[in-house]
Design a protein around this ligand. Structure first.
Ligand SMILES: O=c1ccn([C@@H]2O[C@H](COP(=O)(O)O)[C@@H](O)[C@H]2O)c(=O)[nH]1
Length: 266
């Protein structure tokens, strides 16, 4: 999906919500959990309930890889079920020497129909470049993450700035704002103004609202740009809004609330 197509979806829907399908097999409601296809059926119900209110889905591959082939099959069915109108992110945090990254890019962009893969920048340019070589596909590079471990490296001094600032500056020269986004955690709201000085045009994937407590209002006020430039992810707050039979209507209601609030900032 191109930037133009993504932006059109955002303004047509009045939403920059990304629903995170962090589907934990231990949290599937009881009426589904005995079904051999429970993970996919849960995801399908969430997707059907949130399609109109979000523009993207983020599949965190860890939750599927943890289940072996059964989990990978559920992920594959899910990404196909989402379809072409939504931006599909594999949150896999990949990145390795060039010929290995080639294979990761092939796995998510050719074998599976994802639009974007999250990539760790630590191994440098040759580890990221393979994800930038597909027309209409995106690398979403970890910039400043939402967890407390961000202090261990990302927020440490490096040269005349902070390490994450160096990552944003350097990585942004490897691609363009048409094929490269950055992950910035919603819990890092005080950094958003600085981040927009460094990368004024790139889309940001922002996890950390909902369960991690980040403020949608603060992020939107500080980091929204003229064509939005934001995808805000919520996983647990949406998909586990209820643990009962009404889980999909509860998810729909939470996603609708996010959409309504986002509509006021767009
Ligand atoms: O800095 C980061 C990078 C990735 N994540 C991922 O986003 C979701 C957040 O889930 P919630 O349930 O909405 O908290 C999850 O997949 C994380 O692995 C992040 O949280 N922070």
């Amino acid at each position: 999906m191109t930037r133009e197509q993504l932006v059109k979806q955002i303004y047509d829907k009045g939403s920059y919500l990304c629903v995170g399908l962090d589907t934990d097999s231990t949290k599937i409601p009881a009426h589904l959990s005995g079904n051999p296809d429970a993970i996919f059926l849960f995801n399908k119900a969430i997707i059907d309930a949130t399609r109109e209110t979000c523009v993207a889905y983020k599949i965190n591959t860890a939750f599927y890889e943890a289940l072996g082939t059964k989990g990978w099959d559920a992920m594959e069915k899910t990404v196909h079920y989402i379809g072409a109108d939504h931006f599909k992110i594999a949150d896999a945090k990949r990145g390795d020497i060039g010929n290995t990254s080639d294979q990761y890019a092939k796995a998510f962009f050719e074998t599976l129909p994802f639009d974007a893969v999250t990539v760790a920048p630590y191994m440098g340019e040759d580890s990221v470049r393979p994800f930038l070589e597909y027309e209409g596909k995106w690398a979403i590079v970890l910039g400043l993450t939402s967890n407390k471990g961000a202090r261990d490296f990302e927020l440490q001094a490096s040269g005349d700035g902070l390490l994450y600032e160096k990552v944003l500056k350097t990585v942004s020269s490897w691609g363009t704002s048409q094929n490269l986004m950055f992950v910035v955690g919603a819990t890092q709201a005080e950094a958003f103004t600085r981040i927009r000085e460094l990368i004024p045009d790139h889309f940001l994937l922002v996890p950390g609202v909902g369960a991690q407590g980040g403020s949608l209002q603060e992020i939107s006020e500080k980091a929204m740009i003229k064509d939005c430039g934001l995808l805000v992810n919520a996983s647990r707050a949406v998909i586990y809004a209820s643990g009962q039979e009404d889980f999909s209507s509860a998810a729909a209601a939470v996603a609708k609330q996010y959409q309504e609030e986002m509509g006021t900032y767009l």
